[in-house]
Ligand binder design. Sequence first.
Ligand SMILES: Cc1ncc(C[n+]2csc(CCOP(=O)(O)OP(=O)(O)O)c2C)c(N)n1
Length: 304
Amino acid sequence: MRRIRRFEEAAEVAYRAAKMRGALHFYIGEEATATGVCAALNEGDFITSTHRGHGHCIAKGARLDKMMAELYGRTTGYCGGKGGSMHIADVASGNLGANGIVGAGVPIAVGAALGSKLRNDGKVTVCFFGDAAGPTGAFHEGVNMGSVLNVPVVFVCENNQYGMATHTEYANAAPVGDRGPAYGMPSERIDGNDVFQVYERAKVAIDRARDGEGPTLIEAVTYRQKGHTIHDSKGYRDEEEIAKWIAQDPIERFKRAVLEAKALTEDEMQAIDGEVEEAITQAEEFAEASPWPTLDAIEQDVYV
Ligand SMILES: Cc1ncc(C[n+]2csc(CCOP(=O)(O)OP(=O)(O)O)c2C)c(N)n1
């Protein structure tokens, strides 16, 4: 969770210093969801991601330096600097890719899970999607098909309360987490800011999928502490609401819980923070020192 938070804070500083361009969607405040879910996955399992994908990438094991280089637009990045923040894929770590099209990850995840079922390779695919994918056709078709084909997939809706400036309750006729029975699968709403609960509930769903019992739909209720993108001034919500959710910050809640349980000391947590700082500095140095793509590479790796 610290790696995700600090990666994004560093990216914001670099962006404001005009060191990177394009879109930047922050996952700050939602770290417990990706972290809890990916901790319950095996290394060889798959995920599909969204336009807000840094957290998913890091939680699934992506390298910070290659991610930072991608944001900087350099050749050493995951997509050779041509994808940027919104299109990071790392098939080696099982990340089938971030995706700028809302809902598009749902059918992709079902396809990957169908492949696993046909190969009988024992892998599970987790599909992360936002609450604004809930009303899309891709969601309805994909979730229905996942159930009909009984494939090893877990659908994880990250309800961070907003789709751009529109509140979830305005866009979704019923909570996504209530809809499982309509598709013949279990579903539930969980506390997406509690990393322990996310891990436990995700583990049940992932084990179920691996055992051939089919998909589960989980709605993790969380909060996007920042605007929709770096350019969003958040004028559509009030400070009181933001403050209420910052008090539920997943990292602070984690710290309180582990201190109370005496699982980690303050010193141990500070040591972790120090390691993270070092990794972030190295990632930035790696990105800054990496070359830009050249013009003759413009058609490489692109389907034209
Ligand atoms: C099919 C499609 N429709 C509209 C858009 C424009 N758009 C980009 S992000 C976004 C809202 C996404 O909200 P949500 O899925 O809840 O994810 P969040 O940004 O909250 O993480 C929209 C409508 C898009 N990218 N794709």
